[in-house]
Design a protein around this ligand. Structure first.
Ligand code: KIV
Ligand code: ZN
Length: 514
């Protein structure tokens, strides 16, 4: 089936910049404009030149920079000074377009503009005619069309076409409509507007009720061939239609509407990240297409499915939007399949017995932490390898410390013969107290040469990895390591690990001169 092309009109630099706190300087706008060209949009709305010298300069510089790769558009009200300023800013552009228009709803006519329908019609016609004296490509917008009387909207659009508009934009400025309603409004243009077949119909939907993408697609179904949108859906109030949603909905399911776009979808993620970084507006993690979790699988059932066949839980190949791949989030809901897979990816191949132990430790850690990272897994696997050399096993450790107070530790170990051994001691600090209590049970004289604590991952719930270097009476040096979210437990494990290696060693491992 041959698909029609829907043009993508990106207004990140104009409507998107109207997001509170999103203002960008000219250099930043140029950087985004270059990326929009790589993304393959058809039109860049680069600014509203009369609104500020910065906007004027951005339109001028973008026009000069992008050449004929894309149409560069500048916004204006239906006011001569606005249109003249837009034309001046666009003088550098190879393919300039002036976007001009006026409110058409009762609310905008009576409460904002305070003019009659007839005056609005006259101003619209004059604006389009004036814009056409500067450029051949003039887009007319009927602001707040979503809440307008259809009969008046159609009169206005017909008048704009008669005056020379090449594109007619039907905005749902306040994000008010339902998809069926908005679709009918667009479909009605064909029956009621003379000359509509000679122009491109554009839709420009806001997201106040979360329906911007659905409304834009309803518009495409009804005949619109230009969708106005922003990267990450940023824009005034709840934002605009999000570019990545419309583009991917058409790429994945466009057969239903007989339409697609020319966008290079592999550039979507890069563009999204750039816009988020420059504007300082974060992307919500569960945002469709570009959210951090859009291709992340958390539950064991989903992970098992995705590892067997990606499409069981993914309708988009992450590579198609420029993401490296799906991710398996290791958490308390993950199963053995996901853990084994991730360990394999990290080059960690525990034996079956070691894997059982790593899995139990993983579940215990995942209960304490929200997410288990690769570094945690590496620490767990080396911990389980260490356990394989165990003579004494740490059953439990309890400390009491503070200031004032005497750091005291009680330790329970299980010996090789299964005997439970408990003792307690005090020390200069809680770790010293733990080591003293272990010494009382094990009874092997050693000297601590080095002690270090390191956080394995970021965050307060990170695993703490402790390393001890100890020297035996005969001068041999042993290293012990332990990892646990509680650094006192890590210390006990690390100290005991060093002792176990010393006790089980037949030959000296490392000898240091005394
Ligand atoms: O939302 C709107 O109506 C607009 C117009 C200026 C096109 O942004
Ligand atoms: Zn808008």
């Amino acid at each position: 089936m041959k698909l029609d092309t829907v043009r993508i009109f990106d207004t990140t630099l104009r409507d998107g910049e109207q997001s509170p706190g999103a203002s960008m300087n000219t250099g930043e706008k140029l950087e985004i404009a270059r990326q929009l060209v790589r993304l393959g949009v058809d039109v860049i709305e680069a600014g509203f030149p009369i609104s500020s010298p910065g906007d004027f300069e951005s339109v001028r510089r973008i026009g000069a920079e992008v050449g004929d790769a894309v149409i560069v558009c500048a916004l204006s009200r239906a006011v001569p000074a606005d249109i003249e300023r837009a034309a001046e800013a666009l003088s550098t552009a190879a393919r300039p377009r002036i976007h001009t228009g006026i409110g058409v709803s009762r609310s905008h006519l009576e409460d904002k503009l305070r003019i009659s329908e007839e005056t609005a019609l006259e101003r619209a016609v004059a604006a389009v005619k004036l814009a056409r004296t500067f450029v051949e490509d003039v887009e007319f917008y009927a602001e707040d069309a979503g809440r307008a009387e259809p009969a008046f909207l159609y009169r206005m659009i017909e008048a704009a076409i008669g005056a020379g508009a090449t594109v007619v934009n039907i905005p749902d400025t306040t994000g008010y409509t339902y998809p069926e309603e908005f679709g009918s409004l667009i479909a009605g243009l064909a029956d009621s507007v003379k000359g509509i077949e000679t122009v491109t119909i554009a839709v420009h939907c806001h997201n106040d009720l979360g329906m911007a993408t659905a409304n834009a697609l309803a518009g495409v179904r009804a005949g619109a061939r230009q969708v106005e949108c922003t990267i990450n859906g940023i824009g005034e109030r709840a934002g605009n239609t999000s570019l990545e949603e419309v583009v991917m909905a058409l790429r994945q399911r466009g057969q239903l509407l007989g339409a697609d776009t020319r966008v290079n979808t592999k550039e979507i993620t890069r563009t999204s990240r750039m816009v988020s970084k420059i504007t300082g507006i974060p992307v919500q993690p569960n945002k469709a297409i570009v959210g951090a979790n859009a291709f992340a699988h958390s539950s064991g059932i989903h992970q098992d499915g995705v590892l067997k066949e990606r499409s069981t839980y993914e309708i988009i190949d992450p590579a198609d939007v420029g993401v490296g791949g799906s991710s398996i989030v290791l958490s308390a809901r993950s199963g053995r399949h996901a853990l084994k897979h991730r360990l394999g990816e990290l080059g960690l191949t525990p034996t079956d017995a070691e894997f059982d132990q790593v899995y139990q430790q993983f579940l215990a850690l995942a209960d304490k932490k929200k997410e288990v990272f690769d570094e945690d897994l590496e620490a767990l696997v080396s911990d389980s390898e260490r356990t394989a050399e165990e003579v004494y096993h740490l059953e439990q450790v309890h400390v009491s410390c503070g200031d004032p107070g005497i750091p005291t530790a009680t330790v329970e170990l299980v010996g090789a013969d299964g005997e439970h051994l408990i003792d307690a001691s005090h020390g200069d600090g809680p770790v010293d107290a733990v080591c003293n209590a272990i010494n009382r049970i094990v009874g092997v004289p050693i000297e601590v040469i080095d002690f270090s604590v390191q956080s394995v991952t970021k965050g307060l719930d990170a695993l703490g990895e402790v390393a001890f270097r100890v020297r035996s009476e005969d001068g041999r040096v042993f290293t012990g390591r332990g990892a646990h979210p509680d650094i006192i437990v890590s210390s006990a494990k690390a100290y005991l690990n060093a002792l176990n290696r010393l006790i089980s060693s037949v030959k000296p491992s490392v000898t240091e001169e005394l």
